[in-house]
Design a binder for this molecule. Structure first.
Ligand code: SF4
Length: 201
C-alpha cells in the first residue's frame, strides 16, 4: 500500500466516504461482491475498471438485474441504473484531499453518482489517485483518460489524435461536465474502494 493510498483513504474517510483498500483488483472485486445482495438491482456507469474486474457478469451470477448501457440494454439502461439499489462506477481521479473528480460527456454516470441510487460503490485503481488538488485531477483525466477513450470509441476528438486537449476544436466531446464530489450525497452508503493496482484509465 502506497503512502498516497493511505493519505487519500484517510481524507476520504474524514469526508464521510466508507473506504476499503485492496491490494489487488481481485480483492477489490470480492469486496464489491460482498456489498451486493441477491435480487438487488445494480446500475453501472461507463467504466473500464468495472469491465476489467468482470463485475457485471459476477453480479448477474448472484441473481441481480444489472443495468449497464455497455451491455445489451444500451442507453435504455440509463433510467433503471439511476434508480438502482446500488450503483457501480469508478472515478476518473481521486485527489489526495479526498475529492472524487469526474468528466462526463452524457452525464448519466455523474448524475447517478450524485443522486438516485440507494448506494454507490466507486472503485479506483492507484493510477487514478493524484497527489494534488482539482486542477491536477482534471489534467490527469484529460491526459490519461480522454485520449484512450476517444481512440477506443473511434471518435474524432483532438485528444485522441494528438494526445492533447484542444477544447476550441472539440464541441460535443467528452468534457461536457466536470464534477467534484466533496462528500457523499443523499445520506446513503457511499463506498470508495482504492486498489493498489492500475485499473482502467
Ligand atoms: S475537450 Fe475534447 S479534446 Fe479536450 S480532453 Fe475533452 S474530449 Fe479530449
Amino acid at each position: 500500500m502506497t503512502d498516497l493510498i493511505r493519505t487519500t483513504a484517510a481524507a476520504l474517510q474524514k469526508r464521510g466516504f466508507t473506504v476499503h483498500c485492496a491490494e489487488t483488483g481481485a480483492e477489490a472485486a470480492q469486496h464489491v461482491l460482498s456489498l451486493v445482495q441477491p435480487g438487488m438491482s445494480v446500475g453501472a456507469g461507463g467504466s473500464m475498471t468495472i469491465r476489467e474486474l468482470g463485475l457485471a457478469e459476477a453480479i448477474r451470477d448472484l441473481g441481480c438485474d444489472v443495468h449497464w448501457h455497455w451491455l445489451e440494454e444500451g442507453p435504455a439502461a440509463f433510467g433503471p441504473a439511476r434508480e438502482a439499489d446500488l450503483y457501480l462506477c469508478s472515478a476518473n481521479a481521486v485527489t489526495a484531499e479526498g475529492q472524487l473528480v469526474n468528466i462526463d460527456g452524457t452525464g448519466n454516470r455523474v448524475a447517478a453518482m450524485i443522486h438516485g441510487p440507494k448506494q454507490v460503490v466507486a472503485v479506483a485503481g492507484v493510477n487514478k489517485l493524484v497527489d494534488g488538488g482539482i486542477p491536477t485531477a482534471i489534467a490527469r483525466i484529460k491526459r490519461e483518460a480522454c485520449p484512450p477513450n476517444a481512440r477506443r470509441l473511434n471518435l474524432p476528438f483532438p485528444c485522441g489524435q494528438t494526445g492533447k486537449c484542444n477544447p476550441a476544436e472539440c464541441p460535443g466531446g467528452f468534457c461536457n461536465v466536470v464534477t467534484v464530489q466533496e462528500h457523499p450525497t443523499g445520506k446513503r452508503p457511499y463506498h470508495v474502494v482504492l486498489v493498489n493496482e492500475a485499473l482502467g484509465y
